[in-house]
Structure formats: C-alpha cells, structure tokens
Design a protein around this ligand. Structure first.
Ligand SMILES: CC(C)(COP(=O)(O)OP(=O)(O)OC[C@H]1O[C@@H](n2cnc3c(N)ncnc32)[C@H](O)[C@@H]1OP(=O)(O)O)[C@@H](O)C(=O)NCCC(=O)NCCS
Length: 150
C-alpha cells in the first residue's frame, strides 16, 4: 500500500490497491466517464482483478482511480488505461497525485515506457500528461497517443 499526504501540498490523498468494496464506485465513475464501454460492470470488474488498479481516497472516501496494464506488443511498455476522479472532487490535485503515483509505480515495477490515449479536446488530462513529460506520438480521428520513456 502507498499513501501520499503529510508533507505534500494540497489535501491528503491516500492511494491504495483496489479492493472488492470499491467495485460499485469504480463501475459508477467508470461508466460515467467512459460511456463508450459497452458492459461497464464486467469490464471494470475484470480490470480490477487482472491489472494494476489503484484507488485514491480522501477522508476515507473513494475519490478516483487509475489503472495500468502491460502492452501486448512490448513487455517493457505499460498502458495507462483508465484514469478518473469523481466530478465533485476535481481540481484539488487528486488526479495529479494519482498520475504521479502511477508513474512511480510503473518505474518501480520495471517498465521502461508508458503510453496513454486521450481525446484531443480533453484539456485537463492532456495538460497533466504534457506536464509530466509525455509527448504526442500519433494523432488519429481526434485521439492522441502519448508516450514517455520512464
Ligand atoms: C483528468 C482528471 C482525472 C484530472 O483530475 P483532477 O483531480 O481534477 O486533476 P488535478 O486537480 O490534479 O489537476 C491537474 C492539473 O490540471 C489543471 N486543471 C484542473 N482543472 C482544469 C481545467 N478545467 N482546465 C485546465 N486545467 C485544469 C490543474 O491546474 C492541474 O495542473 P497544475 O498541477 O499545473 O496546477 C479529471 O479531470 C477526470 O476525471 N476527468 C474525466 C475523466 C478523464 O478525462 N480521464 C482521462 C482520460 S484520458
């Protein structure tokens, strides 16, 4: 388990591996933010158990999640696949802390490269990726592919 809080700027955020009790919060936020996923219950339940899936908590309450998976094309590459903060908790630095945790986690796990896909008009997410050193390596039909050496 990892936590970030005391000594860091902003509100205390605890970051921990996903647990069974998080399932409905994850599905609710995931289906809201990624409505193109056809069967969000099955989709997120599978991801929670199969990949690197972490939760942000503030005052013991679910605030958001980030999940990562190894690329099928290259074992040294990880894809940051899902990243979301509850709408009412945005703009407080929670997303940034989740994202920075994910990068540290991927480095510590031995991955050498990270990839993220985003919509071109997702200004908040794209600003986070750029600020943390990701570069756009591809753009297709409004979707950006961001990559970074870890
Ligand atoms: C992307 C997301 C996870 C960010 O979470 P968050 O907790 O609101 O982010 P933070 O509060 O940590 O802010 C991160 C940065 O974005 C900036 N930011 C926040 N709101 C912003 C806005 N409306 N416009 C531009 N920048 C903004 C912050 O200033 C901060 O940058 P800084 O560190 O330079 O000050 C959140 O917006 C979200 O859940 N969006 C919907 C799902 C989504 O789009 N996920 C990404 C899919 S690719």
């Amino acid at each position: 388990m990892c936590s970030i809080g005391a000594g860091d700027s902003g509100i205390p955020v605890r970051i921990r591996p996903v647990e069974e009790k998080d399932r409905w919060e994850v599905i609710a936020l995931g289906s809201r933010e990624f409505p193109y996923i056809e069967h969000p219950d099955a989709f997120f339940l599978e991801r929670m158990h199969r990949y690197y899936f972490f939760i942000a908590e503030v005052d013991g309450k679910f605030a958001g999640f980030i999940d990562m998976e190894p690329s099928l094309e290259d074992e040294h590459t990880a894809i940051i696949a899902g990243f979301a903060v509850r709408p009412e908790m945005r703009g407080k630095g929670i997303g940034k802390k989740l994202f920075e945790f994910a990068i540290r986690f991927l480095r510590a796990t031995g991955f050498r490269r990270a990839i993220i896909y985003s919509k071109k008009d997702n200004d908040v997410a794209n600003a986070i990726y750029k600020k943390h050193g990701f570069q756009v390596t591809k753009e297709h039909e409004g979707i950006l592919k961001w990559e970074m050496e870890l």
